[in-house]
Write a protein that binds this ligand. Structure first.
Ligand code: BDR
Ligand code: CA
Length: 320
């Protein structure tokens, strides 16, 4: 079984990714980064996900803000808390530390061959790689959700995770690590619609019902923004690329991120020319086996739902 670290900013799709990682892989640790919502909220959401699904893994709190840019969140997509929609239980778990970057450095140095799966802005990963340049070669690889070979979501060409911290994206893209990219062009192939939310709800139990409520709230938001009730289940794709590589077809490409463009900042430029003029630095995931990905996610949610009743233990200390 692959051993992995997940760096996240939950968000409903991050929550599903944590469940998938803990079911199909050995989830070694979780780190949080400011992104979909402020750091305190996404940390609460990561801890709640662990509580709801009985995931017994430490959560370490990381960077509050990007390397250079001002903080940016996505309340119009995930709600102000990042977890808008469900009635959630009181939090019964606390973070293990507020030193996510140090945790990543120590853990990756203590064990060769881990996979790192960042599914939020790349701030923590860039900070760790800068402080410890030996990390990229110690990892089996970095499978990140970020960027796009086509349209963006938060700007015409900017995908949220890359747009929030393009300088961190640039550090990671230039790190020499084995990089697997799950950009929007891949992750939009994993459709969230009312049918998926209904299938998740039908699993039953507090965890799946909370995820179904989050999905419905996300679809409601998309509708309010003027679009169809159709979104992408982005973050689990980066996990599946590691646990089930057959689900994602990829191609070695050169990928860079725009740092200076006044209307293109945060855009990932994926060189898809057939005659290669630039050295590949990324395995660009371009095609998802959607039926298989969907059934794997439902399998993971069903397996995890049996592990916990999701309630708080009144004896536990409650810390954000
Ligand atoms: C990415 O941004 C966030 O809103 C999601 O959690 C995902 O990681 C998609 O652009
Ligand atoms: Ca995310």
């Amino acid at each position: 079984m692959v051993r992995l670290l997940v760096d996240c900013d939950p968000g409903h799709d991050d929550a599903v990714a944590l469940v998938v990682a803990s079911h199909f892989g050995e989830l070694v640790g979780i780190t949080t980064v400011g992104g979909n919502a402020p750091l305190a909220d996404v940390t609460t959401n990561a801890l709640l996900t662990c509580q709801l699904f009985g995931i017994d893994v430490d959560v370490h709190v990381g960077a509050e803000r990007p390397l250079v840019a001002p903080p940016r969140h996505a309340p119009e997509v995930h709600g102000v808390s990042g977890f808008e929609g469900p009635a959630l239980p009181p939090l019964a778990r606390a973070a293990a530390s507020t030193e996510a970057v140090e945790y990543l450095i120590e853990t990756i140095r203590s064990e060769e061959g881990l996979w790192l799966v960042p599914i939020g802005p790349l701030t923590n990963v860039a900070l760790a790689f800068r402080q410890a340049p030996d990390l990229p070669s110690r990892l089996a690889g970095v499978s990140f959700m970020g960027g796009s070979a086509g349209a963006g979501n938060h700007t015409a060409v900017g995908e949220f995770n890359m747009l929030v911290d393009p300088e961190a994206g640039s550090v990671v893209l230039g790190s020499g690590a084995r990089l697997h990219m799950a950009g929007l062009d891949l992750t939009r192939q994993f459709v969230i619609d009312d049918a998926l939310a209904a299938d998740v709800r039908a699993i039953g139990g507090p965890g799946p019902v909370a995820i179904a409520d989050l999905m419905v709230s996300y679809l409601d938001q998309l509708e309010r923004l003027g679009g169809p009730r159709l979104g992408g289940l982005h973050d689990p794709c980066a996990v599946l690329a590691v646990t089930h590589p057959e689900v994602v077809a990829s191609q070695a490409r050169h990928v860079s991120v725009e740092l200076t463009g006044s209307i293109t900042r945060g855009m990932t430029v994926v060189d898809r020319r057939s005659a290669r003029t630039s050295e590949p630095n990324v395995f660009h995931g371009h095609t998802l086996d959607h039926p298989m990905a969907r059934s794997l996610v439902l399998e993971a949610l069903a397996a995890a739902s049996g592990r916990s009743d999701g309630r708080s233990d009144p004896g536990d200390g409650v810390v954000r």
